[in-house]
Design a protein around this ligand. Structure first.
Ligand code: HAM
Length: 433
C-alpha cells in the first residue's frame, strides 16, 4: 500500500491540485504570509526564527506543566546517545523569549518588536481547524509593560485580519490580573469547588490544587455543567487596582482607534504564562471555541526561563484557521499566475535555441518552454494551460533570421520580433502592467 502522511498533518498544495481542502492551498497561504509580513514590518517588527525543537524544560516551564499542551500534546524528539529531553515546539512565545535572553537582544532600544512564522506541533485530536502540525504567525514585543504595547499588539492583529480580507470577526478582551489577583482568585475557586469534588472530572480534580483556573477552560461535560450551576464570579471582576488601571488604558486606546471589541471574562487562554491583558479573535466560520488567534501579556515568563525581569506581550494567529475563515467568507483566492512567456520549438533541432533563449530571459522575467518540438497549435494549447501571457515560437525561418514569432494570448495578436529586442519588449510590458 502506498505510504501516507502522518495523521493530523497535511500537504500544502499548489492551486488546482485534486487534494485541495479549505486549509491547505499554498497560494493562499503564501499571500496571507506576505500580507502579515508587510503589516508587521511597517510597524517596525523584525523577523526572527528559532529552532523547530527546543528543550522539554523550556516548554514545561514556559507553557506550564498543568496545561493540555504539556500534559497531552507534546511530541518528544530523541537522538541517540543523548538523555537530554527535546520536544517539537508547540508554540513560539517561550522560544522567542529564550532567544531574546540568550542572544542579548536586550541591547536593542525597548520595546523590541519581533515576529516569526512557521510550523508548530501539538498532538491534538484531528478535526477541521485542529491539526498536529499547523502554522502560526507570531508577534512579540519585549521590554515594555506600557499598555500602549498591548493595545498596539491587538490593533496589529486586527489589521492583519482585515488586510487578508476577513470581516466576520469578534475581538474578545480580558485581563488575567497580576499574580496576587490570580492567587486570591485561585483560593476563591478552590473554595467554590470544595463542596463538589466528586462532580469534577479526574483531570480537573488534579488541577484544583496547582491551577484551578484551568478548570474553567475544561472541555469535559461534567465540569461544564458544574461550572454553569455554580457560576463562580470571574477573574475579570476580581482584578486588583493596578491590573484594572492597565486594562482600562488598553481599552481606551482601542476605543480611540475605533477597534470593535468586547470585554469577555470567559477568556482564560490555554497557556500558563499570561498575566494582565489576554485576548482572542473568533470567527463565525471556524468551529465554536476555535479562535483564529490569541495573545496576551506575559511579564513573568523571562524570569521563569532564568532571565532578568522582562515584560512582554504578543499574539499568534493560526494560518490554517485564517484560510478556513477566508473560504467561509468566500474571499476570492489569488489567481493562478502563469509565466510571462511560453517558448516552443517547431523542430527538435531548435530545442537548444529555444532553451538558451529561455535561460537568458529568466534573468528578468518568468519564462517556460516546451520540452519537445510540436506544431504551433499544440504549443498554443500548452501555453494557455500554463496561463502564459505570451507565446513565442521558433521554427526554421525564425532561426535563420534571429527572430521569433510572438503572440499576445490575451489579445490574440501575433507578430515577428527580432530576438535581440525581446528582453526590452518584455521589460516594457511588465512595467506597464
Ligand atoms: P494559542 O492560543 O495556543 O496561543 O495558539 C494561537 C493560535 O494558533 C490559535 O488561535 C489557532 O489559530 C492556532 N492553533 C493552535 N493550535 C492549533 C492546532 N492544533 N491546529 C491548528 N491551529 C492551531 C499561542 O500559541 C501563544 N504562543 C500566543 C501568544 C503569543 N501569546 C503571546 N504571544
Amino acid at each position: 500500500m502506498a505510504l501516507k502522511r502522518p495523521k493530523g498533518t497535511f500537504d500544502l498544495l499548489p492551486p488546482g491540485s485534486p487534494g485541495l481542502e479549505k486549509h491547505n492551498a499554498m497560494n493562499r497561504h503564501q499571500l496571507v504570509l506576505e500580507q502579515v509580513r508587510e503589516t508587521l514590518e511597517r510597524a517596525g517588527a523584525k523577523f526572527i526564527q528559532t529552532p523547530l525543537f527546543e528543550a522539554l524544560e523550556l516548554v514545561k516551564r514556559g507553557v506550564g506543566e498543568t496545561t493540555d499542551v504539556v500534559q497531552k500534546e507534546m511530541y518528544s524528539v530523541s537522538h541517540r546517545g543523548s538523555d537530554e529531553g527535546f520536544v517539537l515546539r508547540p508554540e513560539g512565545t517561550a522560544p522567542i523569549v529564550r532567544a531574546y535572553l540568550e542572544n542579548g537582544l536586550k541591547q536593542f532600544p525597548a520595546p523590541l518588536k519581533l515576529w516569526t512564522y512557521g510550523p508548530m506541533f501539538r498532538a491534538e485530536r484531528q478535526q477541521e481547524g485542529r491539526y498536529r502540525q499547523f502554522h502560526q504567525v507570531d508577534y512579540e514585543v519585549l521590554g515594555s509593560d506600557d499598555p500602549l504595547t498591548d493595545a498596539e499588539a491587538i490593533v496589529l492583529m486586527w489589521q492583519v485580519l482585515e488586510r487578508v480580507g476577513l470581516k466576520n470577526l469578534e475581538m474578545k478582551v480580558s485581563s488575567l490580573g497580576d499574580p496576587p489577583d490570580r492567587e486570591a482568585y485561585s483560593t476563591y475557586l478552590r473554595e467554590v469547588f470544595a463542596p463538589h469534588l466528586e462532580r469534577l472530572s479526574p483531570l480537573s480534580l488534579s488541577r484544583l490544587e496547582r491551577n484551578p483556573l484551568r478548570i474553567l477552560d475544561s472541555k469535559e461535560a461534567q465540569d461544564i455543567a458544574l461550572i454553569a450551576q455554580l457560576s463562580p464570579k470571574s477573574l475579570l471582576e476580581s482584578l486588583g487596582e493596578s491590573a484594572k488601571v492597565h486594562l482600562d488604558r488598553v481599552c481606551a486606546y482601542l476605543t480611540a482607534w475605533g477597534v470593535t471589541y468586547a470585554l469577555d471574562p470567559g477568556i482564560v487562554r490555554g497557556l500558563d504564562y499570561y498575566r494582565r491583558t489576554a485576548w482572542e479573535v473568533h470567527h463565525t466560520g471556524v468551529g465554536a471555541k476555535a479562535a483564529l488567534g490569541g495573545g496576551g501579556r506575559y511579564d513573568g515568563l523571562a524570569e521563569l526561563l532564568g532571565g532578568p525581569p522582562t515584560p512582554g506581550v504578543g499574539w499568534a494567529l493560526g494560518v490554517e484557521r485564517i484560510l478556513i475563515a477566508l473560504e467561509a467568507e468566500a474571499v476570492p483566492a489569488p489567481a493562478l499566475v502563469g509565466p510571462l512567456l511560453y517558448l516552443g520549438a517547431l523542430e527538435e533541432g531548435l530545442l537548444e535555441n529555444v532553451t538558451g533563449l529561455a535561460l537568458e530571459l529568466r534573468r528578468s522575467a518568468s519564462c517556460e518552454f516546451g520540452y519537445r518540438a510540436k506544431k504551433p497549435g499544440k504549443h498554443l494549447e500548452d501555453a494557455v494551460k500554463k496561463g502564459a501571457v505570451f507565446l513565442g515560437l521558433i521554427g526554421p525561418d525564425e532561426a535563420d533570421t534571429g527572430t521569433l514569432s510572438l503572440k499576445n494570448l490575451e489579445r490574440g495578436e501575433g507578430w515577428v520580433l527580432p530576438r535581440a529586442e525581446l528582453p526590452e519588449y518584455l521589460r516594457n510590458y511588465l512595467s506597464s502592467h
